[in-house]
Design a protein around this ligand. Sequence first.
Ligand code: AMP
Length: 299
Amino acid sequence: MKIIRTPRSMTAWSEGLRREGVTIGFVPTMGALHDGHRSLIRAARLQCDALVVSIFVNPTQFAPTEDLTKYPRPIAKDRALCRAEGVDVCFEPTARAMYPEGFQTTVTVPALARRWEGAARPHHFSGVATVVTKLFGMVQPHLALFGRKDYQQTALVRQLVKDLNLGVAILVRPTVRERDGLAMSSRNVYLSPHERRMAPLLFRSLQTGRQIIEGRKSDVATIERIMQQTIEQEPAIHVEYLAVCDPDSLEPLSAVAARAVLLGAIRIGSIRLIDNLLVNMSGRKVTTQVFRLTAEDCT
Ligand code: AMP
């Protein structure tokens, strides 16, 4: 496995392969890799000839009060996971290379970034949209994979790829969970044993919401109240939001619909956790199609 640190070398590597008709898959990450990342890497490996994983803790998506300096950076372990999964390139740019002196441009996706995570973390999504756009420019992938765990992020990435004609196919993979339902996250390591035991309540509350919607017996306000009550069993958890939303616009639904996404964020102590669940009663399956990409598909 090759480790590439400069944007220029990254682009040169990709351009060489693209000229030969090789398909390039890309998994952008902030490192501290776990089985959620691994599932994206494996899906990419199946569908592309060459595979790039980026490891970059992007400073512009953290607020000054957030955990940028504390964010886990187990780089040797991350490289070992990538190597074991057959990754061809680990792209590890420095912050200086990503944002050199004089850097000015930011990418924003205002409507999709307005609510939920965007409201709680005001500059987060412009940081995400900008870094994803830059990474796509450097890596030039045919296909990029993202986790449904960060649902709002996936909606935003799809929108920016469409709006800016970036020509990258986007594949979203299901959330990988611990046995008790907690969505895997690099931040779970911050939870104390006591907090870790409470954490699956977020998923349980979303499951309860989904069951009620599927039973078609309640209105949105009641569903949100029941989800809230499920979590309030544990007074140490602070609910930031629990909402029934349109799965495309992420606007709150006023009435239960055949397709919805339940979005949730909680705080346990100083740790924020997010999760979501899709509801689809329209007959259209939510599973991801498995296919193998060829260079012709991507031109
Ligand atoms: P991060 O390193 O947190 O920026 O995440 C990199 C990618 O991994 C993003 O597309 C995330 O949505 C995805 N990801 C993180 N956690 C999970 C999970 N538990 N299941 C599936 N994908 C995940």
